[in-house]
Design a binder for this molecule. Structure first.
Ligand SMILES: *[C@@H]1O[C@H](CO)[C@@H](O)[C@H](O)[C@H]1NC(C)=O
Ligand SMILES: *[C@@H]1O[C@H](CO)[C@@H](O)[C@H](O)[C@H]1NC(C)=O
Ligand SMILES: *[C@@H]1O[C@H](CO)[C@@H](O)[C@H](O)[C@H]1NC(C)=O
Ligand SMILES: *[C@@H]1O[C@H](CO)[C@@H](O)[C@H](O)[C@H]1NC(C)=O
Ligand SMILES: *[C@@H]1O[C@H](CO)[C@@H](O)[C@H](O)[C@H]1NC(C)=O
Ligand SMILES: *[C@@H]1O[C@H](CO)[C@@H](O)[C@H](O)[C@H]1NC(C)=O
Ligand SMILES: *[C@@H]1O[C@H](CO)[C@@H](O)[C@H](O)[C@H]1NC(C)=O
Ligand SMILES: *[C@@H]1O[C@H](CO)[C@@H](O)[C@H](O)[C@H]1NC(C)=O
Ligand SMILES: *[C@@H]1O[C@H](CO)[C@@H](O)[C@H](O)[C@H]1NC(C)=O
Length: 821
């Protein structure tokens, strides 16, 4: 047995040396001309490139084959064939000739029949010459064009299994010409094998795939502007780079070496791997730098079947069904095989309230049943997907410049895997039913509540919370007693009861008017006071959607938020019922000199800190992350103890636009409180709320309204005025005179400084609410110096005129911006 093995090794060693041995006495030529050819006779000649890098000649493959092929190899490494002319039409015996015959380059057998020729489109060459370039490119040229870049034919256009430096793999999109790799059939048979590696341009998208026996073995995922979505972040390669080009004319991949002295190539082997090899100086042996696909199972195409996600490193359980899906064969799944994939738990009904779950950092599914629109952004894409009942997932196709292009899928999602890539994350959004959306949100809420609980380290705070929850729970139970609805989560009120309580929405009962509709005072027959908010009718939401939203908001509970007691949805009516606040809103106190004196400074300071804590709760409530969007003094209500409670929170969600960093077409807010980026770009985020909070804080300290602020020396608004005073070192002058008897200088200055930090022009300069809370609570903390506030420009007197117009109107802005891309 061992002897046999030894013998085989010996034979293959000798055979592998065969070409080497042959060529050691071979003659060399530097071009094929009508007078000069390559002959496979006893007088072996080879064609060598000028820099002695590559060599072309006749060879036989290792093994027992007697077939002769015309091939190319590195002169330094003859046993590695990098290109073959006649791989599928071998010479069956020696004495072949590679020559120019009657103006054509041809490979002839011993009886001088043409067995291979390059496919030259412009067929007549006057006086052709074939040269081997130092890049490993065999080119056919007119003699007068020699040494120019004009080729009649080049071997780079017809690669076999090897990608050399500078060779393009992919498509010329103008002519539809494709270059791709095909492996050898086996180690001793260079004819076209079953493994191919090809680029694919489908409907404007670019990806590559490796197929074995016509079935996909590996897919790179689409080109997302930075990388193929299924290939890890660009490898830090020292000897070569991989260049991708995808434009109107061409779609290709190319290896470009960075170090001219190192030899490297990529070779597709018949077991289905592309190996990137380098030839190190000392060893004269190929070293595999990396292999694609990698040996991770998740790289193998559709490893987890349909609608499942493969996560590497989760060994041995690699596969998870996507949210909303369940294994189509539990048995198979238990046996740790996954080919059957997953199916929907419950079919999507295409109802209202369906939404999407983001699956972050993945390789996008295969382009099987899909549609692509290059011009849509993520937001438009989401809408388009939501509006088509058979659309089950979407994603940005291009992740550069903040993301663009809309890819939507309609059938099974195949070949998804985790693909962490710092700085070039590709995300996928999967459609979920309304019920699934709800349960996800509930789960998130539970999680955050738990986190908040564990975060309330001080037992005092904890005790308070417990007490607070108990009271709320009791209160809710009481309210529920009046409800006809079976729903445990959401107390609903009967419209008739509300009509009676508000005296048929009598104008005399109106106690306020927010951005989303008027607020009435109501008194139930039991004597309980309520604040009843009748929402304007343009929320555009259906019954279920509205109810889901309210169910979420009702669960937001914080001492600095007005408690939502329930709702009433009947016919056209959408009504929210809140606890009643007898002490009205903050604006009643701060802008009124007399009332202000009834509240000493420490009460005001307390109110500021309360608002900050309430807002912090809204912002950091994890998945829900409510951006208030209309924070202003009149939305801060005061309870019996004059503790502040934020009202109208969460309404922005009900009125659409709950996307956090997305642009919105509709701006809802109040002049004087909206941030510059919100007005100008329609962009809103938690930092827009921070801006509004800063305005409220400066208004509270100064007792002046930002918008209608007037000063005899300049035309700036309150923010500008505060900024000027701050720079002059006279910040304390901003303080409302009503605090003269009670103020604490350090606290007032701290409030002004934090206020100025909050109203800075650029959102990224503004602190988050958690820093704001920290800065307000900690006397000793060092504060950064504020930069220029937003809207720091003097108003023209013309605008002054329009001020009164705005204050006559509802004070609510609804601006429609042209839909941006
Ligand atoms: C080829 O041979 C012809 C005549 O036999 C001669 O005129 C010509 O110069 C030769 N060309 C080269 C490149 O040697
Ligand atoms: C072998 O090549 C040499 C030089 O190219 C030439 O002189 C000789 O005639 C050739 N012999 C045969 C048998 O072709
Ligand atoms: C050369 O090729 C021709 C055409 O393919 C074939 O008929 C002939 O038998 C071949 N000659 C040899 C010696 O193989
Ligand atoms: C040669 O190329 C032309 C187009 O360039 C193509 O249509 C034809 O099929 C090719 N022939 C062979 C034998 O490859
Ligand atoms: C490209 O991929 C699509 C989808 O996988 C397939 O339908 C098409 O035939 C492929 N085209 C080529 C040229 O391989
Ligand atoms: C490598 O060779 C190419 C062409 O021969 C040349 O243009 C390039 O400057 C060289 N690069 C280095 C780093 O020497
Ligand atoms: C093909 O490449 C893979 C990955 O480097 C390697 O494991 C395998 O042995 C190679 N197969 C052959 C036939 O060279
Ligand atoms: C490899 O050898 C070449 C030629 O001897 C030399 O120029 C080059 O610097 C060497 N490269 C390395 C990495 O040692
Ligand atoms: C949904 O999209 C598919 C694929 O683009 C399309 O065939 C179908 O007509 C669309 N359905 C609707 C209702 O727009």
């Amino acid at each position: 047995m061992e002897a046999l093995q030894l013998c085989t090794i010996l034979i293959s060693f000798v055979l592998s040396l065969l070409p080497l041995l042959q060529f050691s006495w071979a003659a060399h030529i530097d071009a094929i001309t009508p007078n000069q050819s390559l002959k496979d006779d006893s007088n072996l000649t080879t064609l060598i490139s000028p820099g002695q890098t590559f060599e072309i000649g006749f060879f036989s493959p290792p093994g027992n084959s007697k077939n002769r092929y015309l091939g190319m190899w590195y002169k330094r490494k003859p046993e590695t064939i990098v290109w073959i002319a006649n791989r599928n039409t071998p010479l069956t015996e020696p004495n072949g000739e590679f020559a120019i015959n009657a103006g054509k380059l041809v490979l002839l057998n011993s009886t001088r029949s043409v067995i291979w020729f390059p496919n030259v489109s412009s067929n007549v060459a006057n006086s052709p010459i074939a040269l081997l370039l130092d890049r490993g490119n065999l080119v056919l040229q007119e003699q007068e064009n020699a040494n120019s870049d004009i080729y009649l034919w080049q071997s780079f256009d017809y690669p076999t299994d090897t990608l050399l430096n500078g060779m393009k793999l992919g498509w010329d999109l103008n002519t539809g010409f494709e270059r791709y790799l095909t492996s050898w059939k086996s180690a001793d048979d260079p004819s076209s094998g079953d493994v191919t590696y090809r680029m694919n341009v489908t409907g404007g998208l670019f990806q590559s795939s490796l197929k074995m026996d016509m079935t996909k073995k590996f897919r790179s995922g689409i080109w997302n502007g930075i990388r193929f979505s299924g290939v890890k972040e660009q490898l830090v390669l020292t000897v070569f780079n991989i260049v991708h080009v995808f434009n109107e004319e061409e779609a290709y991949l190319m290896v470009k070496r960075t170090d001219n002295s190192t030899i490297s190539l990529a070779q597709l082997n018949y077991s289905g791997f592309v190996q990137h090899l380098v030839l190190l100086n000392e060893t004269s042996k190929w070293t595999a730098m990396y292999t694609s696909p990698t040996d991770e199972q998740c790289d193998s195409y559709g490893h987890c079947g349909a609608n499942a996600m493969c996560t590497s490193g989760q060994y041995p359980i690699l596969c998870d069904c996507l949210t909303g899906y369940t294994p189509s064969s539990e048995e198979e799944w238990r046996g740790l095989t996954w080919s059957k994939g997953c199916v929907r738990k419950t079919p999507l009904g295409c109802e209202k309230g369906e939404g999407f779950e983001k699956v972050a950092e993945v390789k996008l599914p295969d382009l099987l049943d899909f549609s692509f629109n290059k011009n849509m952004n993520l937001r438009e894409c989401k809408e388009a997907c939501l509006n088509n009942c058979s659309c089950i997932a979407f994603a940005n196709s291009d992740i550069t410049k903040g993301g663009s292009g809309c890819l939507r899928w309609f059938g099974d999602l195949i070949d998804i895997r985790d693909m962490p890539a710092k700085g070039s994350e590709q995300d996928l959004y999967i459609r979920l039913s309304a019920a699934e959306m709800k349960s996800i949100r509930d789960a998130n809420k539970k999680k955050t509540l738990k986190i908040i609980l564990s975060a309330s380290l001080s037992t005092g705070a904890f005790m308070f919370c417990v007490a607070f929850w108990c009271i709320r729970w009791k209160l809710r139970k009481r309210v529920k007693g009046k409800s006809k609805d079976e729903d445990v989560d959401l107390p609903t009120f009967d419209l008739a009861a509300i009509v009676a309580a508000t005296n048929n929405f009598s104008a005399a009962n109106i106690i306020g008017s927010g951005g989303f509709g008027p607020v009435y005072k109501g008194k139930l027959s039991t004597g309980q006071d309520l604040a009843v908010k009748r929402l304007s009718k343009n929320s555009g939401q259906g019954f279920t959607e509205f109810k889901n939203e309210v169910e979420l908001i009702v669960k937001l509970q914080h001492r600095n938020l007005v408690a939502l007691l329930g709702c009433c949805i009947q016919k056209e009516e959408r009504i929210l019922i809140y606890e009643y606040m007898p002490n009205k809103s903050l604006d009643h106190y701060i802008f009124d000199g007399k009332r202000c004196t009834t509240l000493p400074w420490h009460k005001h300071f307390n109110i500021i800190r309360g608002i900050a804590r309430g807002l912090l709760y809204l912002h950091q409530d994890s998945k829900l992350r409510i951006v208030h969007r209309d924070l202003k003094a009149s939305n801060i209500l005061l309870d019996n103890n004059l503790d502040p409670k934020i009202s109208d929170f969460g309404l922005a969600r009900i009125f659409g636009d709950d996307d956090r960093e997305e642009k919105t077409k509709r701006i809802v807010g109040t002049y004087g409180y909206i941030s510059p980026e919100y007005v100008i770009d329609g962009k809103f985020s938690v930092k827009s709320d921070v801006f509004s909070f800063g305005v409220v804080m400066l208004e509270t300290v100064s007792g002046k309204k930002n918008r209608s602020f007037n000063h005899k020396n300049h035309q700036h608004n309150l923010l500008g005025h505060a900024w000027l005073l701050w720079n002059q070192g006279k910040a304390l002058d901003l303080m409302n005179v009503c605090f003269n008897d009670s103020y604490v200088e350090s606290q007032v200055l701290r409030c002004i400084q934090v206020g100025l930090l909050c109203v800075q022009k650029f959102p990224y300069d503004r602190p988050t609410m958690s820093s704001v809370v920290f800065m307000l609570e900690n006397e000793g903390s060092i504060l950064p110096q504020p930069k220029e506030p937003g809207f720091f420009m003097e108003r023209s007197s013309m605008e002054e005129g329009s001020t009164s117009e705005y204050s006559r109107s509802k004070n609510i802005v609804t601006v429609t911006l042209p839909s941006g891309r």
